[in-house]
Write a protein that binds this ligand. Structure first.
Ligand SMILES: *Cc1c(COP(=O)(O)O)cnc(C)c1O
Length: 393
């Protein structure tokens, strides 16, 4: 049996043909026509007006913070529950992260808490240099409210939409309305360029500056002229060719991930005491990863379920471990309650790749049900067991 991964690359369109075309043009370099095409296609899809393709989502956030002038002595507010790539750039620029709890109703940074903390920070003259909400597992942050609150105090918002390409809040793509948004095309994301990212903004100057910094900050001159230090952060033209082919399939990929989520919910949702990440009102979540949540009375079962699945060659993983619990951020400033810790202790990401077959998903479901039968707490009623047995086909 082949191993089932959480979210492996899914190549199903014209990617190879486009890569061949890139080779034929000899733009085997971090420059070339595929880059502009990929950027234009992304602008067309998201409705965010300008974009620059970069080597990673982490690089995109680094450039955004640098362009905002965030530096030593500054703080940046972020959700504690996120991936490290969306946090490390705060350290790169010499600033300090302040971690916030998430809203249990959507699992993204708590907008109420942001509002109250902004008010307090304005009073004590400790406003952050930026706020970076993250659209976790494709769930749109409450961006409209966060931006409105931040604007009151002149604080810029950069949206970490690395996991949320194809997620929409009404007619707005995730990240639209922030000063800038970042995307990731790492191998495990909803589309991949084998590794890559993008910075998007409605502000042409912001993106032009990012483009300039991403190419070693070269001034316009016949020779190489530099007035400041930049980075080598541009995406390869070859990678951009893959990205064009991937982006052509984005709606099909989102539809498939949502279908996978729906099947998990149908098969596992009837088990008493398990739940899933909610979908925020008025939004379409891309369901990048299906996230399963065990009620508290199951106790500490996550690592056992992971091991059980691993024995069947199925990859699962706990939710992101909150940053304020990470050794590297020991002693970091943390605001809010215990929702992110709670989610981490009882949440699990399930294989959700758009290339996963129905048969493979049934294999995952059967394996999970075995684990659940084994670990079900005695306190849960026999009725649960009965409901469960009906789901195995
Ligand atoms: C993947 C990811 C990133 C970083 O993107 P890379 O392309 O891997 O550098 C940042 N934030 C979040 C929430 C992510 O999931």
């Amino acid at each position: 049996m082949t191993r089932i991964f959480l979210s492996p690359p899914h190549i199903a369109g014209r990617e190879r043909e486009l890569v061949d075309a890139a080779f034929d043009s000899n733009f085997v370099a971090p420059a070339g026509p595929m880059l502009e095409r990929f950027e234009n296609d992304m602008v067309g899809y998201t409705g965010i007006k300008h974009a620059v393709a970069l080597s990673s989502g982490t690089a995109a956030l680094h450039l955004a913070l640098r362009l905002l002038g965030v530096g030593a002595g500054d703080t940046v507010w972020l959700p504690s529950m996120t991936f490290i790539g969306g946090v490390s750039p705060v350290d790169y620029v010499g600033a300090r992260p302040v971690f916030f709890d998430v809203d249990p109703a959507r699992w993204t940074i708590d907008a109420d808490l942001i509002e109250t903390e902004l008010k307090a920070a304005a009073y004590s003259n400790t406003l952050p240099a930026a706020i970076v909400p993250a659209d976790l597992y494709g769930q749109c942050s409450d961006l409209k409210r966060i931006v409105a609150a931040a604007e009151t105090y002149g604080v810029p918002v950069i949206c970490d939409s690395a996991e949320a390409l194809g997620s929409w809040s009404g007619a707005l793509h995730s990240g639209k309305g922030a000063r800038a948004a970042i995307l990731s095309f790492n191998g495990n994301k909803i589309i991949t360029t084998s590794g890559g990212g993008m910075l998007l903004s409605d502000d042409p100057a912001f993106v032009a500056q990012a483009r300039y910094l991403s190419q070693q900050a070269r001034q316009a001159a016949v020779h190489y002229e530099h007035t400041e230090i930049g980075y080598n952060y541009r995406l390869s033209n070859i990678s951009a060719a893959i990205g064009i082919g991937q982006l052509e399939q984005i709606e099909a990929k989102v539809a498939r991930r949502r279908q996978i989520f729906a099947r998990y919910r149908e098969a596992l949702g009837i088990i008493g005491g398990v739940d899933f990440m909610p979908e925020a009102d008025g939004t379409r979540c891309n369901r990048w990863l299906t996230c399963l949540l065990f009620d508290r009375d199951w106790g500490d079962v996550i690592s056992q379920v992971v091991r059980h699945c691993e024995a069947a060659d199925i990859e699962t993983r706990p939710l992101w471990k909150p940053m304020h619990m990470q050794p590297v951020f020991a002693g970091a400033d943390y605001r809010g309650g215990r929702h992110s810790e709670d989610l981490f202790s009882r949440g699990l990401c399930l294989p959700s790749g758009s290339g996963m077959s129905d048969d493979q998903q049934e294999r995952v479901i059967e394996t999970l049900i075995q684990a659940i039968e084994k670990l079900r707490p005695a306190s849960r009623s026999a009725k649960d067991a009965l409901a469960t047995s009906g789901t195995v086909r």
